[in-house]
Design a protein around this ligand. Structure first.
Ligand code: PLP
Length: 395
């Protein structure tokens, strides 16, 4: 049946792809060995350094984010190496399972999925590790299953305070280009990113930003790698080429996305996301519902996970919203399956899109018979009206 108007894609990624990016990708596929491709390749490789806020190399894979997780591990570690990970939610859990499947000794610090990673817990594990068996600490910056953000500078400080030489690896798949992130300044060794969230692209590209220390570790790391090998990329990347057929048309889109982010200004992009997060939480509070994240310092600008009242199914509610208003909301994952729904407010998104999203939720709560108070949309609108925001552009 035809559904008039535009679908509301309010899952926390993939996000809405702006028309400007769709147009930029709508070109004949080019010869990936041609001189013109080399220019595009260098443009996106340099452009992604500015988004990761790094002067170090960035590697671009024609793969989903999971591939870039694997790349981070297999380039730097050897079979049996111990890695310390923190259970912030479902994505931290999946990355840990991957580490175990790759033959690493993955140690998990348990978490309750209601806050970001705890730097004190990480520091005390590192202090106990007197032989420096732990080779890497891996954390998820913005845990997409919970809407909790780990404070990466605090994790860096934990490693430094313990005097521990482990590599620091950070997953920014749902924070890159939406929540402030600084690969170099924060002393991160490998940052993992993906195309389908803050970068406003379709799924299909993922990234590693890599420090000199991580590249040094790659020289002796023994995990088998071929497709993911940074070393194989270095030669061709120097002139903008790849060791295999790159995802050419997604790279056209990536070049456009980087331009768009700088036209708005990265800091303005982060402020816009933070403001939409705040407005969304005001709506949730006015509905009398609870956000999953319990630590205000860890609130996410990318998404908000909302807890359902006892005895109500989040999936049944999401179905009512999808069927009635043609809007997709994120489902609860893993431990919080059917207990939360997630509102994505990241990527190419503005005040009126947020107003529409929250309206659909408020009407859906009523239709689905979920106990709540009205007035959430109004609370969010008030916040938006009180905090106008302009883009500033990067110089
Ligand atoms: N890490 C985080 C934080 C994510 O949100 C996701 C996907 O949503 C992934 C990793 C996995 O990425 P992908 O599904 O692109 O393989």
């Amino acid at each position: 049946m035809r559904k008039p108007g535009r679908h509301f894609l309010q899952i926390p990624g993939p996000t809405n792809v702006p028309d400007r990016i769709l147009r930029a990708m709508d070109l004949p596929t080019m010869d990936h060995r041609s001189p013109a491709f080399g220019e595009l390749g260098r443009r996106v490789l340099d452009g992604m350094q500015s988004v990761f806020r790094t002067r170090e190399p960035v590697y671009i894979y024609p793969a989903s984010g999971t591939g870039a997780w694997e790349a981070a591990l297999v380039n730097t570690l050897s079979p049996g190496d111990r890695v310390l990970m923190f259970e912030t939610g479902q994505f931290a859990t999946l990355w840990k399972s991957m580490a175990a499947r790759l033959g690493l000794d993955a140690v998990f610090i348990q978490g309750d999925w209601r806050a970001g990673a705890d730097p004190q817990a990480i520091e005390s594990q590192l202090r106990e590790d007197r032989n420096h068996d732990i080779k890497a600490v891996c954390v998820v910056h913005n845990e997409t299953s919970t809407g909790c953000v780990t404070q990466i500078p605090e994790i860096r400080k934990a490693l430094d305070a313990a005097g521990h030489p482990a590599l620091l690896m950070v997953d920014t798949i749902s924070s890159l280009a939406s929540i402030d992130y600084r690969h170099d300044e924060w002393g991160v060794d490998v940052t993992v990113g993906g195309s389908q969230k803050g970068l406003m692209l379709p799924p299909g590209l993922s990234f590693n930003a890599v420090s000199a220390k991580a590249r040094e570790a790659a020289k002796t790391a023994q995990l088998p790698r071929s497709f993911w090998s940074w070393e194989e990329m270095d030669g061709p990347n120097a002139t903008g080429y790849f060791p295999y057929t790159p995802a050419t048309n997604l790279l056209y889109g990536l070049a456009e996305a980087v331009d768009m982010l700088h036209e708005e200004g990265l800091d303005a992009v982060f402020a816009r996301h933070a403001r939409h997060g705040e407005a969304t939480r005001k709506a949730v509070a006015a509905w009398g519902l609870e956000v999953l994240c319990q630590e205000p310092r860890h609130y996410s600008g990318s998404l908000t996970a909302v807890m359902m009242p006892q005895g109500h199914s989040a999936d049944a509610f999401r179905k009512v919203v999808a069927d009635t208003f043609d809007m997709s909301l994120g489902n609860g994952l893993g431990k919080v399956s059917d207990k939360v729904f997630r509102i994505g407010h990241l990527g190419d998104f503005n005040d009126l899109m947020l107003a529409g999203t929250l309206s659909g939720i408020e009407m859906g709560l009523q239709l689905a018979g979920v106990p709540h108070q009205q007035g959430g949309v109004q609370a969010a609108l008030n916040h938006l009206a009180e905090t106008p925001q302009n883009s500033v552009g990067d110089v």
